[in-house]
Design a protein around this ligand. Structure first.
Ligand code: ZN
Length: 279
């Protein structure tokens, strides 16, 4: 599902081809965008001295492996932020895949092959097929991935989905938060969304990261008057989200759409509110 608009890139970004866009967001950290896909996904390549890590592979409508191969020759490990269809496309084409060591993900492993869970994948939305793949490394929550001179901490940040993780590049003060927060409407109206978890994750991120952290989400802005670029957010946006969720919990209403600030809103289903109603 491509959108037909000729997307323009912000200053300083470059096209890899007619689909993938590249932005250097820090030394050795490249955002790989798909601004012509209607969800405007952004994936991230992080390089250390010894190896590299790709966080998310997009919807798989094009081959992101070609982009990665042009950027690095180092051994690559691929980590999906969560299993929604627009983050795991073509995952089966990569040989080294690591996933968060969460019971609900472990439960999908059958004889070494990760099986589809329709609620975690949602591939029916766009008629996309599950990429059966094997996990070569299970990442304990709180553990660090060492790429050689650069480490990434694995944080569990459920709310949007139960399996969502964030990667923290501490020395770079960068958080790769995927679908936790980005400019536009956050999705807490999908199966597995949980606002109690969303609030807990927001509080955990705020407690964990300094105020000057840069956060990068997985979906670009629409519209983007200055051109498409990697969706960078501020800790202040997480503060706004945390305050809005705290208010929603206190007030007890169940609005389908909540304004967080001038960049972010939150869509939520009745099911996402349910944990608060039952507590
Ligand atoms: Zn998602």
């Amino acid at each position: 599902m491509e959108n037909n608009l000729p997307e323009v890139l912000a200053e300083g970004l470059r096209w890899f081809d007619d689909w993938f866009a590249l932005e250097d967001i820090a030394f050795g950290v490249t955002a790989i965008g798909e601004p012509r896909y209607h969800y405007r996904n952004w994936n991230y390549l992080i390089e250390g001295k010894d190896s590299a890590l790709l966080f998310d592979t997009g919807p798989g409508l094009r081959d992101i492996a070609l982009v990665v191969a042009s950027l690095t020759k180092k051994p690559l490990i691929v980590v999906p932020s969560h299993l929604h269809f627009d983050h795991v496309g073509n995952l089966h084409k990569f040989s080294s895949i690591a996933m968060a060591d969460l019971p609900l993900l472990r439960a999908l492993d059958q004889n070494g092959v990760i099986q589809e869970n329709a609620d975690l994948f949602l591939g029916d939305w766009e008629n996309l097929k599950w990429p059966h793949f094997s996990v070569s490394r299970w990442l304990a929550i709180g553990s660090k991935i060492d790429l050689g001179g650069r480490t990434l901490e694995v944080l569990h940040t459920p709310g949007h989905s139960p399996d969502s993780v964030t990667l923290y590049l501490k020395p770079d003060n960068i958080l790769l938060v995927a679908d936790f927060i980005y400019p536009g409407a956050l999705y807490a109206q999908v199966p597995g969304s949980n606002l109690a978890d969303y609030l807990t994750s927001a509080e955990a991120l705020l407690a964990h990261c300094p105020m000057f952290c840069r956060l990068f989400g997985a979906h670009g802005a629409d519209p983007a008057p200055q051109g498409q670029r990697a969706p960078e957010m501020k800790v202040a946006d997480v503060v706004d989200l945390q305050r809005a969720l705290t208010r929603l919990k206190k007030e007890g209403g169940q609005p389908e759409n909540t304004v967080i600030n001038d960049r972010v809103s939150l869509l939520a289903s009745k099911a996402a509110f349910a944990p608060w109603q039952s507590s």
